[in-house]
Design a protein around this ligand. Structure first.
Ligand code: NAP
Length: 278
């Protein structure tokens, strides 16, 4: 069994990006909009800022009061869309309930949409064309590639059909010629389906959902879930219980999470290239 070390790979990727930015003297700026004071979001925003600082990308944070209106958020995005110094824009999720996240994030120009959530980028993923791919999905694929796990022809079971991970991952895996099955809260016989997976990806957010009985001997398990239990961050799977049945497994924390941040930095480089090439 090999533990797929997302933290190590993140550091390697960040160092490559840092070198490229220095060598090519690139001027890149990320704008992050955070509405309200969700504590977890603050941590995520700070992590993104830290990575930006490390690789030499400027990072402007717009910390808006929770009473900010939808119109004000859209108007800020509009200003950032038209600012040539801004390479990428992130609207941090979740936003307060009076704001429609999809409507606001949807106004980010596709070539500044480093989260990969806009229609154009989703369409490109759907059509298997180049574009900015959602970072967690891109991070999962990169992790598998780094550890030379073949995807083509494999049965990939994705548990969770959320808009940020599960749904875009269906397309990313199909684009790599996997055979994909998607499960969700209404799926019957989840255990049985999971047992047929060569690569099992769980993106739910329920601790201990994935148990030993659900793992085929020799499977690869990618745990995307993040939950807090007794102040500890845990994934969807019972890591200690299942690890010996797996050939590769991601830990939580330290697996997919760090990859998501690394892929934001890669998407910023890609966005810069798209903008420089018109
Ligand atoms: P989401 O939109 O709430 O989706 C959760 C999915 O889980 C839904 O499709 C839901 O099914 C399914 N589900 C719920 N209970 C289930 C059950 N008992 N059996 C099977 N499926 C079940 O969440 P998300 O945004 O995709 O995020 C999923 C998890 O990944 C969360 O823990 C989140 O924190 C984590 N995450 C991690 C990263 C990272 O960088 N590591 C990035 C993004 C998200 P229905 O559709 O039927 O409701």
């Amino acid at each position: 069994m090999t533990i797929m070390d997302g933290k190590l790979l993140k550091n390697k990727i960040l160092n490559n990006i840092k070198n490229k930015i220095e060598k090519d003297n690139l001027d890149i700026k990320l704008a992050i909009i955070l509405v309200g004071d969700n504590e977890a979001s603050k941590i995520y925003v700070n992590n993104k800022e830290k990575s930006c600082n490390y690789v030499g990308i400027k990072c402007d944070k717009y910390l808006l009061d929770s009473s900010t209106s939808e119109e004000e958020v859209i108007s800020l995005i509009d200003r950032l869309n038209n600012d040539d110094e801004v390479t990428g824009i992130i609207l941090q999720s979740p936003v307060p309930s009076h704001i429609d996240f999809d409507k606001c994030a949807g106004t980010i120009r596709y070539y500044k949409d480093v989260d990969g959530f806009t229609r154009d980028n989703i369409y490109n993923l759907y059509m298997n064309k180049d574009g900015l791919v959602p970072c967690t999905v891109k991070g999962i694929i990169r992790l598998l590639d780094e550890y030379k796990v073949e995807i083509e022809g494999k049965h990939v079971v994705i548990v969770g059909r959320g808009n940020i991970v599960g749904k875009p991952l269906i397309h990313a895996m199909m684009n790599r010629n996997a055979t994909v099955t998607v499960c969700h809260s209404k799926t019957k016989n989840l255990d049985e389906i999971c047992r047929t997976a060569d690569i099992l990806v769980s993106a739910v957010g329920k601790p201990n959902l994935i148990t030993k009985e659900m793992i085929k001997e020799g499977a690869v398990v990618i745990d995307v879930g993040i939950s807090r239990v007794d102040n500890k961050v845990v994934g969807d799977s019972s890591f200690d219980e299942i690890k010996d049945k797996c050939t590769f497994i991601t830990p939580v924390p330290g697996g997919v999470g760090p990859m998501t941040v690394a892929m934001i930095m890669e998407n910023l480089l890609l966005a810069k290239e798209m903008q420089d090439n018109g």
